[in-house]
Design a protein around this ligand. Structure first.
Ligand SMILES: C[S@@+](CC[C@H](N)C(=O)[O-])C[C@H]1O[C@@H](n2cnc3c(N)ncnc32)[C@H](O)[C@@H]1O
Length: 215
């Protein structure tokens, strides 16, 4: 089920500043040349990620689930000098496509693409050194990604989780992915270490800020 009416999605995209030429090309490629077009974040979420990265002054970003590289490149384009994005992808084919796009971008040198299992790679990252994390990989592991993200994000830093509405299936979860996203949403909702804002942008995005002191 679409959470936002198609007309509203199209209207919102039409009234949002277009992305760079390369990001528009990635979008076109993903929509026409891959079997998973719905996995793409796209213009509205892409601009949202850019805006929030800028407002947060993020310099160290982790992007969980690279796919064709859209979210990583969107955030890389607005990083300040010296900033860096680690993007994680376990599918070699997706990683190769994304790296091909990164190589063509002046912002590509700010992106480190690691191929492997996201949980394993997250475990290798230091405590509280990351400013912003975008969770957008397999739904089964959302809670595990959240727990690791709470460890690696600095106090005051942000965690954003895509597909938090999971096409409306979280209202009455009937399959493993839907239950996993619903469980993740409950975990965040009841976590006293975090301030939360649940946005109904596209398929839902949970915006979470790690408090300096738990309440
Ligand atoms: C929804 S797509 C990411 C979309 C991307 N953020 C964008 O902006 O277009 C999810 C990606 O996560 C990858 N993925 C799924 N499970 C993973 C895991 N355990 N470790 C690393 N990557 C994983 C998938 O192969 C897929 O490319």
């Amino acid at each position: 089920m679409d959470m936002v009416a198609k007309e509203a999605e199209a209207y919102a995209a039409d009234h949002t500043t277009p992305m760079s030429e390369l990001l528009e090309e990635i979008e076109h490629f993903t929509l026409t040349g891959t079997p998973f077009p719905s996995m793409l974040t796209g213009r509205v979420e892409g601009r949202f990620l850019q805006l929030i990265s800028r407002l947060a002054g993020a310099r160290q970003i982790v992007d969980i689930g690279t796919f064709t590289g859209y979210s990583a490149l969107a955030m890389a384009e607005v990083l300040p000098d010296g900033g860096e994005i680690l993007t994680i992808e376990h599918n070699r084919e997706h990683a190769a496509i994304a790296q091909g796009f990164f190589n063509r971008s002046p912002s590509g040198s700010r992106i480190i693409l690691r191929v492997g299992d996201a949980q394993e790679i997250l475990k290798t990252l230091p405590d509280e050194k990351t400013d912003l994390i975008f969770i957008d990989a397999d739904k089964q592991n959302y809670s595990a990604y959240y727990q690791e993200s709470m460890r690696i994000v600095r106090p005051g830093g942000l965690i954003l989780a895509d597909n938090a509405l999971w096409y409306g299936r979280v209202f009455d979860p009937k399959d493993d992915d839907s239950r996993a996203v619903a469980d993740f949403n409950e975990l965040v909702k009841t976590d006293s270490r975090a301030e939360k804002l649940f946005l109904t942008i596209r398929d839902g995005m949970y915006v979470i800020r790690k408090r300096s002191v738990a309440v």
